[in-house]
Ligand binder design. Structure first.
Ligand SMILES: C[S@@+](CC[C@H](N)C(=O)[O-])C[C@H]1O[C@@H](n2cnc3c(N)ncnc32)[C@H](O)[C@@H]1O
Length: 210
């Protein structure tokens, strides 16, 4: 009898501990940010001042914004916070593996629902026409083979009055500016909130402009 009772107690204890399997995330599929992730984000935020990028994009709750070459999502997190709860960030990259990491980062801070991931080809934006309030190119335009053609195609994806924001390391600035000019974009604003990077805001040319 005592042995049977002991077995029963052990069984109950084992069942109880199984409830915590799966990382203790309460079944949401999201895990909390690790200390490493939190430190990485803090370092990035201090180096790049993402709030200045969000400001340049002019996005707000409900906006639809593209984060081109989003990588692991260090900037995407800030864009998602700005457009939540009813806006969308379309995060594109040529590398599907980095977008998986992006998904984990966003899920860990409860913002996965706000972001749509999209693997794109290297030569095309992969963005639907007339749909975006803003398109961000952060540390990515130097990879384009034909930046002028890419920017012209991206311009077609803007809503009327939408913006294209290019931010990159200072040494890429001359090439970025030349491509934007040749694509017919009109520069509205520019700043250098950190010594390493510029942020330039462009709009589409006026109707009938080149
Ligand atoms: C240096 S990371 C920048 C990540 C993030 N935007 C940032 O500023 O921290 C560049 C990212 O752009 C992606 N990339 C490179 N060429 C691309 C292209 N033609 N279209 C979209 N993404 C591209 C790379 O795979 C990489 O994830």
């Amino acid at each position: 009898m005592r042995t049977a009772l002991l077995c029963l107690l052990l069984l109950v204890a084992a069942c109880g501990s199984k409830k915590d399997d799966g990382g203790g995330n309460g079944g949401t599929g999201a895990s909390k940010p690790t200390d490493d992730t939190t430190r990485e984000q803090a370092r990035f935020d201090s180096d790049r001042k993402p709030e200045k990028v969000v400001e340049a994009l002019g996005i707000k709750p409900g906006s639809r914004v593209a984060d081109v070459g989003a990588g692991t999502g260090l900037l995407t997190v800030h864009l998602a916070r700005a457009v939540a709860p009813n806006g969308t960030v379309v995060a594109t990259d040529i590398d599907g593996a980095v977008l998986e990491l992006l998904q984990s980062r966003l899920a860990a801070v409860g913002l996965a629902e706000v972001v749509e991931r999209r693997v794109v080809g290297a030569e095309t934006p992969g963005l639907e026409a007339g749909a975006y309030d803003a398109i961000l190119l952060a540390e990515v335009d130097h990879y384009f083979t034909d930046g002028v053609a890419w920017l012209k195609a991206a311009t077609a994806a803007l809503k009327p009055g939408g913006r294209i924001v290019i931010s990159n390391r200072i040494h890429h600035r001359p090439k970025s500016m030349e491509a934007a000019k040749k694509a017919g974009l009109v520069r509205q604003d520019e700043s250098t909130p950190v010594p390493t990077h510029f942020i330039a805001v462009f709009v589409a040319p006026p109707e009938g402009g080149k």
